[in-house]
Write a protein that binds this ligand. Sequence first.
Ligand code: CUA
Length: 161
Amino acid sequence: MVEKKELYMEYVWIAIIIAILASFAIVMVYISEAKGYDTPSSAVTCNVRSLREGEVLQPGVKEVAPGVYEVTLIARQWQWMPNKIVLENPNKIIFKISSEDVIHGFEIAGTPVNFMIFPGYIAEIEWIPPKTLEGTFTFLCNEYCGLGHDSMYGELVIVRG
Ligand code: CUA
């Protein structure tokens, strides 16, 4: 026969497990609602041919609000367009990047910016750089994309003042 005390401990552990699962659910709801993260089903797609013809993304830098920059890049074997970005006092940088051919990776060395670029999808990432961050940073492709992979890099210059 099961002792009363053992049964009591069963309920305690069931309560602990429910509390853990509930905290996971709360964290997921918080991340999706408060932080605005979405599942991959909300991905923005594009036609690779129209991307090549310049109809989808215009590579370059646009200041959409004071200190808020939209940086549009196109990745292709084996270069970034553009491969030099200069930003003055950026508070927020919105990267919009797609690939014309194969999978590439976009990484800004020395920063947390690091994401994959898939052909047919527009990767959109927001980055709030630290207020004191300035200087020249190398951005590079970190997914092997063919013979010229190692020549696929560029320069991000952050100017403060
Ligand atoms: Cu592009 Cu490696």
